[in-house]
Design a protein around this ligand. Structure first.
Ligand SMILES: [Zn+2]
Length: 220
């Protein structure tokens, strides 16, 4: 049975340590502050990697409890798994989905928030894989015949995909140039003001959604 809480419980599912803070830090902290249960599953970087400590500290600040790791390596960084764990993008889909289903059934969240289908601005392959796994696991967690050894079935009510707004990306132009200048189109690389609109970066236009949801005029 679901316990009544002040705010719906929230589970974040992200690819790397820091994605939870960059993409959903505000909502995680806000939910925790309002008395809701919150937790975060991180798909890559294993417990013996140096970023596990950083993740634990971030989650402590956000009020999201202890790290929950899927135990895979980052697609681009072997130091993410000193013991040689397989990369998230190479892991069997069933295995990765099953590991996440176990966390969903244990946390029993009302809401799950994760990566968008594009993998955010950089289109990182770990982000896109984490999105696929999250979609499947949220569905599978509620089905008793799937992953029967991964806990009692639990169906989250809502799945949100964190993304970057088009207007927000525009303002990030100079910063994007600094940390990912090589990935930009030549014309955009030369001109900071254009960098935020570079087609190299994936983003969604949320204007229509904002208008339809009545969110326009609220906090941006
Ligand atoms: Zn990331």
């Amino acid at each position: 049975m679901k316990q009544p809480t002040a705010a719906p419980s929230l589970l974040g599912v992200f690819a790397h340590p820091d994605d939870e803070s960059l993409l959903a830090g505000g909502v995680l902290a806000q939910h925790a502050a309002s008395g809701a249960r919150t937790a975060v599953v991180t798909a890559t970087w294993t417990a013996d990697s140096h970023r596990a400590t950083e993740l634990a500290e971030a989650l402590s600040v956000l009020g999201a409890g202890a790290p929950r790791l899927l135990g895979y390596a980052d697609a681009r960084n072997p130091a993410s798994a000193p013991d040689g764990a397989v990369r998230l993008i190479d892991a069997p889909l069933d295995e990765a989905v099953g590991r996440l289903v176990a966390h969903i059934r244990e946390v029993r969240p009302d809401i799950v928030v994760g990566h968008d289908a594009l993998g955010q601005l950089t289109g990182h392959s770990d982000h896109r894989r984490a999105h696929q796994i999250t979609l499947l696991a949220v569905e599978a967690a509620g089905l008793p015949r799937l992953f029967p050894d991964a806990g009692e079935p639990w169906q989250p009510a809502v799945l949100y995909a964190a993304t970057h707004s088009e207007s927000g990306v525009g303002r990030l132009g100079p910063l994007l140039l600094r940390f990912r200048g090589r990935g930009l189109h030549p014309g955009c690389r030369a001109e900071p003001a254009r960098a935020g609109r570079c087609p190299s970066f994936a983003r969604h236009s949320v204007g229509q959604w904002m208008a339809a949801s009545g969110a326009a005029g609220g906090r941006g």
